[in-house]
Write a protein that binds this ligand. Structure first.
Ligand code: FAD
Length: 555
């Protein structure tokens, strides 16, 4: 079915209605693109609305130098089409942002999805009409869209966060946020640059620009446990292997707890002698990306003593690499364990601090007082700069959904319902908001994002198809099912591997945000078990009804 679009002769009200479809998708990141593809493939009419000017989501907005995958490129890309896999040759094991943006554009064109995408379309309100069981969606420029189902694939890391530093707007030089990077490259040559923040984005950017700048001052609030990404080009032999092993690779990626290829280790930390342990840690240090987390000792995230061994090894590496001992000590995290925060993966990050142009400012020792017209003033004085880069992260998990003006049954506001933290079922629906889904939002699993977001899109699409086949047009999760899932999330958040609530996983980076766990520590296995249960019980966790009936249909 193609969307019904109003023609030039329609009346005023109708003219404002840009399209009326089965499925409205919001967000043109890897999740929304897949949702559009799946909805269309299942025979639904669909339109996708995207605030940005193009395709890519994360890979459209984060164009800062050094932005790249921490997931292996071929494990991150779509797996639904063998032809697509075969025809796209990733250049590096961990692709840089431009390559990923090109890939996602290729997918959109390859499957002719662009015709149903609307860019520059920031959703400002989405209101559910109970009588018609449809959503009406307002876009900032005045366009109005309607849809039976609304799927917000609006991302967990899509709302850039700026710290509330006095005078931030007074700065007269150039200023940027890594998550809102301009399309035209920023010229750092010969400039005095400040980078605020040393999370996953900051630590990618810092070594990438250090060579160009006149001086680089890094403002660090929290040191992170960075380990080498160990990136490399993909050789022709490896390309051939990837193609030959596609089936086996899909099997692992579609079933593994974190959606990576890295096999789990079979030993715990203290099964090995001290010498064996350091040899194994060295092997981990040399290993690619997330394998340091997923293929490390089995008890790494569960036993604090085991975690401390790995951290001591990493601290030793930092001391070996960074020649100034005082700087090295500042770069060693002192307040959180490995895995408690999202571990960043780096290329020459610690080495950068051996460059005399680069200075580290520890904000725990000398906090920022304010930004002035000419630079950043800490308790230690003013440093004048030409450019400030805010690498200060995102309002994780709920940021985009809470800002979208979502109004469900009886006009209830999603942001009010979630004032104390999100309440969801499977991380895809919230009760009181019929026909509204949010894959890739809060309470999803953790790991290689497209794999578990893709699971959610598959589940949502299957649910829509089931409802259609059974004559239902209204799908709303039962409050009891939502309560069970949310309590499960909270219960698991209180124990390993979640550790303390000091990271953005708990909203800790945004002042005033409730400290609720925003992922699902039980991960994909729990999600798989629950969707199997939902299907076996013929969707008992949902209230399925038809808008032409006054009562919920008996099932
Ligand atoms: C720099 C960086 C590197 C990353 N690297 C990895 C990695 O290596 N591996 C990994 O698994 N994950 C990584 N991530 C996480 C990444 O966000 C996910 O992998 C993935 O891109 C999420 O896709 P998505 O489609 O769910 O959301 P997004 O890509 O965030 O897309 C959401 C889209 O929704 C749009 N949107 C939001 N609100 C509205 C609105 N109101 N109206 C209209 N449009 C709206 C946004 O503009 C955005 O384009 C990284 C994140 C960042 C920031």
């Amino acid at each position: 079915m193609r969307p019904r679009t109003s023609g030039p002769d329609s009346g005023d009200r109708a003219r404002a209605l840009a399209a009326d479809v089965d499925v409205l998708v919001v967000g043109a990141g890897i999740t929304g693109i897949y949702q559009l593809y799946r909805a269309r493939e299942a025979g639904f009419s669909a339109v996708l609305l995207e605030a940005g000017g193009g395709v890519g989501g994360t890979w459209y907005w984060n164009r800062y130098p050094g932005a790249r995958f921490d997931s292996e490129s071929y494990t991150y890309g779509y797996l639904f089409s063998r032809d697509l896999f075969d025809e796209w040759e990733w250049q590096e094991h961990f692709a840089e942002q431009p390559e990923t943006e090109r890939y996602l554009n290729h997918v959109v064109d390859r499957f002719d999805l662009r015709r149903d995408m609307r860019f520059g379309a920031t959703v400002t309100a989405a209101v559910y009409d109970e009588a018609s069981a449809r959503w009406t969606v307002d876009v900032a420029d005045g366009r109005v869209f309607r849809g039976r189902f609304l799927v917000a694939a609006t991302g967990v890391l899509s709302v850039p966060f700026f710290p509330d530093v006095p005078g931030r707007d007074d700065f007269a030089g150039e200023s940027y946020h890594t998550g809102l990077w301009p399309a035209t490259p920023v010229d750092f040559a010969g400039k005095r640059v400040a980078v605020v923040g040393t999370g996953s984005s900051g630590v990618q950017l810092i070594p990438a620009i250090a060579g160009e700048v006149a001086s680089l001052t890094v403002y660090q609030r929290t040191a992170n446990w960075c380990t080498p990404l160990n990136n490399a080009p993909i050789t022709p032999d490896e390309q051939a292997q990837l193609r030959a092993n596609f089936g086996a690779m899909c099997e692992v990626l579609n079933t593994s707890p974190a959606g990576f290829l890295h096999p789990p280790h079979d030993r715990s930390t203290f099964d090995d002698s001290a010498d064996e342990r350091s040899a194994f840690f060295e092997k981990m240090w040399q290993s690619p990306g997330f394998s340091k987390l997923t293929s490390n000792y089995l008890d790494l995230l569960f036993d604090p003593a085991a975690n401390a061994e790995w951290c001591a090894f990493l601290a030793g590496k930092i001391r070996d690499i960074v020649t100034d001992p005082a700087t090295a000590e500042k770069l060693i995290p002192n307040g959180h364990r490995y895995g408690e925060h999202r571990p960043p993966f780096v290329t020459n990050y610690y080495e950068t601090f051996n460059d005399r142009k680069v200075t580290l400012v520890d904000l725990q020792e000398t906090p920022i007082r304010r930004v002035t017209e000419t630079g950043i003033e800490t308790s230690d004085g003013l440093r004048e700069v030409d450019v400030i880069v805010w690498a200060t992260g995102f309002d994780f998990g709920t940021g985009a959904l809470r800002r979208m003006g979502i109004r469900g049954r009886g006009g209830r506001a999603l942001e009010d319902e979630w004032a104390d933290g999100p309440k969801t079922f499977l991380g895809v629906q919230a009760s009181g908001f019929p026909n509204f889904f949010f894959p890739g939002g809060p309470h999803a699993a953790a790991g290689n994002n497209p794999r578990y977001n893709g699971d959610q899109v598959d589940f949502i699409t299957g649910t829509l198809v089931y409802a259609r086949e059974h004559g239902y047009d209204t799908i709303e999760v039962d409050p009891a099912a939502e309560e069970d899932w949310t309590s499960m999330i909270d219960r698991n958040a209180a124990r390993a591997p979640s550790f303390g609530a000091s990271s953005y996983y708990f909203g800790a980076n945004v002042p005033g945000k409730p400290r609720k766990y925003l992922l699902n520590a039980a991960g994909r296995p729990k999600f798989f078990a629950m969707i199997a249960e939902v299907r076996a019980s013929e969707y008992q966790a949902f209230r399925l009804s038809s808008s032409t009936e006054s009562e919920v249909a008996p099932r």
